[in-house]
Design a protein. Structure first.
Length: 619
């Protein structure tokens, strides 16, 4: 197995490079990079992280591969460029052009005929949207400051000048200097303990796109789970984290059994402080996750299966531009669900599928009545828009249901064979929607003599909403939950029926409740499920929406604490949106947001500022 793995990497790297050259001819609406003429292939990054000035000072040395022309164009946003040198040490002629609020600036660097590398000396600024600098009080341990990055989708350019397009891959090495009592980790080979010098070196041998560049610095400790996986966290969180994610190795093994060898050597997870804006982020070799996964009962670990699955869908086969985002996320939700099925059974994974459908329908209703109803198509057109705005449940769950439909229509065995070949053939390269359709149709014709009709793709990919002939998933256990919900609303005591319910059953129960409830009903429900005091962030946030909508006052103080302590956008957005619907709710939301905003990452504040029409303070 090992030997094959190594062989496979070489093979894949060779192919990937070729694919890259071709694909970079197609322009990316979210990057200024001229990768069709000159593409970067390797980054050597030397950086110093200064917590007192909240600044990274660095030199980024890019190796370039020139096909034509005499300049390389990189993306940069809010960076202070001090100087740029060519490989012969000669200062380069460069310009920073434009200042687009979404894309930032084009950094144009003039090349000489023999130029192989360019070294950019620069500093980050307080406007660096990828970076969140946390004060000690904002961490679990409350003793040390913390820093983490979030590069996806187009924020890498705010901390490293780069060709910030998913179609451009490069290897990297790094040397990062941090205060000597802190540990630094990247999306690369990582240390497992602090050293006296505070200098850490990193290597990422497999080529990655810029959105997978990641760095985190803090008082971080490590605990192994298996010989190729483990958990990083602040020391006070480490034990809980290692317990919650004890099935890490089983998940990797299940994923490999499904779709081929794990090609990134190690798979580790770091639990970040609560302000991390996502559930998880698939930074290669080191998934970043929110501490809200630490429910204490391992009930929210499908997020780990999801980020692990990205090691194939996304990190090996990468969406060509953000218009093809569903190729990253839809495939990953499908893969995640298959891992969960393998580990915990079909009954469990079908509950996850039904919950996904509920989220999708809720999101689609909202998108359909908003300014961009075409965002309910899988193929997006994000020209002139921030790709982050269209990172909705459509890519995730409509994408998932398309793949599930392909599986069910022609059989699982065929679909699995296709996916295994798909991941190995296109490893370390990019994919767009049109190529995927072509690849799928060709594979089914050549291997199975099946003609897949275009109508299927037209209705799923290029049309709004869900196709009329879509078959929704169903779950027997959820059918019982629906009965219980009906009985509860009729005033029956359903305590006995809820015995042994999992988090997923409670979530479905909450989803089944009508929009309007009386105070008496809310009290009875709360006594039954103890939602207001729930430490499970999924359950608490779902309940708080119901509570806010129905003006249930006991939610107020727990909700205030939750909003101040949690920075995960998926929870914040619907809650602030619901609060903003009434004058009293809005007043409460604004008061809480003023206190909470400093705890949130840019990704979350940029969304919530809009929800509350909040004027951000000037820098
Ligand atoms: N890659 C995404 C996070 C992301 C998407 C960051 C778009 C920036 C732009 C990650 O894999 C993800 O999907 N996270 C989900 C969890 C998942 C189980 C649906 C999340 O954060 O909720
Ligand atoms: Zn994802």
């Amino acid at each position: 197995m090992r030997k094959w793995g190594v062989f496979f990497i070489f093979f894949a790297l060779a192919c990937g490079k070729e694919m890259n050259d071709e694909s970079s001819m197609i322009p990316d609406p979210h990057s200024y990079a001229n990768s069709g003429q000159c593409v970067v292939t390797h980054l050597d990054w030397r950086a110093t992280v200064d917590f007192t000035t909240k600044q990274i000072s660095a030199t980024a040395t890019w190796t370039i591969h020139r096909k034509e022309g005499n300049e390389v164009v990189l993306d940069a946003k809010s960076l202070k460029i001090d100087s740029i040198f060519l490989d012969n040490g000669k200062p380069a002629v460069f310009s920073l052009e434009g200042d687009d609020p979404i894309l930032g600036q084009a950094l144009r660097i003039r090349l000489e005929p023999e130029t192989k590398t360019i070294s950019i000396r620069y500093r980050t600024t307080p406007g660096a949207e990828a970076l969140q600098w946390l004060m000690p009080e904002q961490t679990a341990g409350r003793q040390h400051p913390f820093l983490f990055t979030q590069s996806q989708a187009i924020l890498a350019r705010t901390w490293i000048p780069c060709q910030d397009s998913p179609g451009v891959r490069f290897t990297y090495t790094a040397e990062v200097t941090v205060p000597s009592n802190l540990l630094a980790l990247m999306s690369a080979s990582n240390p497992i303990e602090k050293n006296e010098s505070g200098i850490y070196t990193f290597e990422m041998k497999q080529p990655v796109p810029s959105y997978l560049l990641a760095l985190t610095v803090g008082d971080i400790a490590f605990r192994p789970v298996s010989d190729r996986s483990g958990v990083y966290a602040e020391p006070v969180t480490l034990e809980a984290a290692a317990w919650e994610f004890a099935d890490l190795e089983k998940m990797i093994a299940a994923a490999e059994e499904l779709y081929g060898p794990y090609l990134w050597e190690r798979y580790d997870v770091i639990v970040l402080p609560p302000s991390f804006p996502f559930g998880g982020m698939e930074n290669p070799r080191l998934t970043f996750v929110t501490p809200t996964l630490l429910a204490g009962d391992r009930s929210l670990t499908s997020v780990i299966a999801h980020e692990l699955a990205h090691s194939w869908s996304g990190n090996l086969v990468t969406n060509k531009t953000w218009n093809d985002f569903w190729l990253n996320e839809g495939f990953t939700v499908y893969f995640e669900t298959r891992i969960m099925e393998k580990l915990y059974g079909r009954e469990h994974s079908e509950m996850l599928a039904v919950l996904n459908l509920h989220d999708l329908e809720t999101d689609m209703r909202e998108i359909s009545s908003g300014p961009h109803p075409d965002d309910t198509k899988l193929k997006l057109d994000l020209q002139g828009r921030n790709p982050d705005d269209a990172a909705t449940d459509v890519a995730y769950n409509k994408g998932y249901f398309l793949l599930r439909t392909l599986e069910e229509k022609y059989g699982r065995e065929k679909f699995d064979a296709f996916l295994r070949d798909y991941f190995s053939t296109y490893a370390f390269s990019v994919m767009d929607t049109e190529t995927f359709i072509d690849v799928f149709k060709t594979y089914y014709r050549e291997h199975f003599n099946i003609n897949v009709e275009d109508a299927l793709f037209t209705s799923w990919i290029y049309s709004r909403g869900l196709p009329a002939d879509f078959t929704p998933p169903s779950s027997d256990r959820f059918a019982k939950v629906e009965d219980a919900a009906r009985n509860a609303l009729e005033g029956q005591d359903i305590t006995a029926a809820t015995k042994g319910w999992t988090t997923q059953e409670w979530l479905h129960f909450l989803n089944m409740l009508p929009d309007t409830l009386t105070q008496a009903q809310l009290q009875t429900l709360d006594r039954l499920g103890r939602f207001t005091e729930s430490g499970n962030a999924e359950i608490f946030s779902a309940w708080s929406l119901i509570a806010v909508r129905n003006n249930y006052s006991p939610i107020r103080e727990p909700l205030r604490r939750f909003l101040i302590n949690t920075g995960r956008r998926k929870f914040l957005t619907p809650i602030y949106t619901e609060l903003a619907k009434t004058p009293e709710g809005r007043a409460f939301a604004e008061e809480v947001y003023r206190a909470a905003r400093p705890n949130y990452h840019f990704v979350s504040t940029s969304t919530i500022d809009k929800v509350l029409s909040f004027d951000p303070p000037g820098l």
